[in-house]
Design a protein around this ligand. Structure first.
Ligand SMILES: CC/C=C\CC/C=C/CC(=O)SCCNC(=O)CCNC(=O)[C@H](O)C(C)(C)COP(=O)(O)OP(=O)(O)OC[C@H]1O[C@@H](n2cnc3c(N)ncnc32)[C@H](O)[C@@H]1OP(=O)(O)O
Length: 476
């Protein structure tokens, strides 16, 4: 195992990403996700077993792919097909996910899928990973992870994609997003899902250090909701499910809104029939894909078919969004026109903030302030100095910072040229009457800095969709 992981780190993810990039730049015909799922399911023996109890409306999905339920393309395909079937079965209202293996819930993404594979295979694999998460996180069923063994990385993602987590009370089992320890950057939607589960600070620590938590520690930080003796994991999940299903309207939009709300966008500019979950799944997925690998996903694999979804249309959107979420070291910037020495990390460190500020408000920020140079580029206001500028530190801090600053309509240009003491006001540049914020519902003393910072972070996720969010319909 150690060798495999070492190899994957060595050859690994940048290679995989660039392969993906090459692949996606060529573009492909879009097909419906259902069709593509069926097409690519090549496995012979089932890796997933589903039992639906029609009297309770609860399905138990058992992962049974030895040795460790690693998430290979075949596994994910089968998983998604089963999920899709249950989703379409109106008699099924609740889903419990568990493992038939002793000691392991899921070892996460199958390392062997991640190197030495063709670009096509890599693309399919990564698409399947995203589909798994979208289908689970966006499910209309109540979902419970009955975690009866270790659940690192992608296994943890699968768990936090569920509404509730019950784990075996065994300190030898661990769970967490440990990608950083493998030299892998957890995509932003992994991060967002973790933040939603354990909060900002715990997620920040967890991702920067690539922590795996023992079951008791996972309970302490809220990564799991409950620990029970190993032989009671499934029965407790079944008891718990009955409480979830007793909530009126469990399968309705209200359920959906609570989960998706934090996913960015979903509930914002929609009206009328646009509120259908299927519509949203595709919108969310599109954006997620775009942002998961900035500059690398052309979105040909999103399943969008309307002509407005043509690559050329998307390229412009993608570029904007990608820059918004500029992730140092992960973005190759090939799509921005940067070449050669501009790729150096130091270049990135200084560009990132400016780019974030500039482009986080599509259509509102114009270019002039991207031309900042010299001392204006100092990142002193981020609190980062010297060795703190390591990759993992940057990835998680900068991203949050840029989201914090993204306040469409509020952060107008003047503050981008701010230097020195002006930056002390939390670099939002907002003062006095600029804080009208009629659409946020904020008034009077609510304008205090700490309030503002926390609200902004939430708002910025909502607002990161060019031309879609007016916020007028939505009051936090
Ligand atoms: C394009 C992609 C871009 C970005 C992706 C970013 C996201 C990445 C998310 C991920 O999920 S990366 C995967 C990270 N996974 C791990 O770090 C888990 C590693 N595995 C373990 O920690 C342990 O195996 C375990 C705790 C799950 C189970 O321990 P134990 O019961 O002691 O089993 P072994 O370690 O002996 O393993 C048995 C067997 O299984 C193979 N294996 C384990 N994990 C994986 C895996 N993730 N993929 C493929 N194969 C795996 C292991 O090599 C052993 O195989 P043998 O042939 O040696 O028996």
């Amino acid at each position: 195992m150690a060798n495999v992981l070492r190899n994957s780190a060595k050859f690994g993810f940048s290679g995989v990403l660039s392969q993906l990039s090459i692949h996606s730049r060529h573009g492909r015909e879009c097909v419906s996700p259902c069709f593509s799922l069926q097409q690519r399911n090549n496995s012979t023996s089932p890796k997933i077993k589903v039992d639906l109890d029609s009297s309770t409306g609860v399905a138990v999905l058992r992962m049974q792919s030895p040795p460790v339920n690693s998430l290979s393309l075949d596994f994910l395909t089968e998983f998604c097909i089963n999920l899709e079937k249950l989703e379409m079965d109106r008699s099924c209202r609740g889903l419990i996910i568990t493992s038939t293996l002793s000691k392991v819930f899921s070892a996460g993404l199958d390392i062997m899928e991640m190197y030495g594979k063709s670009p096509e295979r890599c693309g399919e694999f990564w698409k399947a990973v995203q589909e798994m998460w979208l289908k689970l996180y966006g499910s209309n069923m109540a979902t419970i992870a009955a975690i009866n063994g270790s659940s690192p990385a992608g296994g943890c993602l699968m768990s936090i994609g569920c509404d509730y987590r019950i784990m075996a009370d065994n300190p030898r089992y661990s769970i967490g997003l440990n990608e950083t320890q493998l030299g892998i950057v957890a995509p932003f939607w992994f991060k967002d899902t973790l933040v939603n589960t354990v909060g900002n600070r715990a997620a920040e620590l967890s991702l920067e250090l690539g922590l795996l938590y023992s079951a008791p520690d996972a309970l302490k930080i809220g990564l799991v909701d409950q620990l029970v003796p190993e032989d009671q994991v499934l029965s407790t999940a079944q008891d718990t499910m009955s409480k979830w299903l007793a909530v009126p309207g469990q399968n309705t939009l209200s359920h959906w809104l609570y989960r998706v709300r934090t996913l960015s966008l979903s509930h914002t500019g929609c009206t009328g029939s646009e509120h259908s979950p299927s519509h949203w799944l595709y919108r969310v997925r599109t954006l997620s894909l775009t942002l998961a690998v900035p500059g690398q996903n052309t979105l040909s694999h999103t399943g969008c078919t309307r002509s407005e979804h043509s690559p050329s249309h998307w390229l412009y959107r993608v570029r904007t969004l990608s820059l918004t979420l500029a992730v140092p070291g992960q973005n190759t910037l090939s799509h921005t026109g940067c070449t050669g020495s501009e790729y150096s990390p130091s270049h990135w460190l200084y560009r990132v903030r400016i780019l974030s500020l500039t482009l986080a408000v599509p259509g509102q920020n114009t270019l002039p302030h991207t031309g900042c140079t010299g001392s204006e580029h100092s990142l002193s206001h981020t609190g980062c100095t010297g060795s703190e500028h390591s990759l993992s530190h940057w990835l998680y801090r900068v991203r949050i910072l840029s989201l914090t600053l993204a306040v469409p309509g509020q952060n107008t240009l003047p503050h981008t040229g701010c230097t020195g003491s002006e930056h002390s006001l939390s670099h939002t540049g907002c003062t006095g009457s600029e804080h009208t914020l009629p659409h946020t519902g904020c008034t009077g003393s609510e304008y205090s800095l700490s309030h503002w910072l926390y609200r902004v972070r939430t708002l910025s996720l909502t607002l990161a969709v060019p031309g879609q969010n007016t916020l007028s319909q939505y009051t936090l």
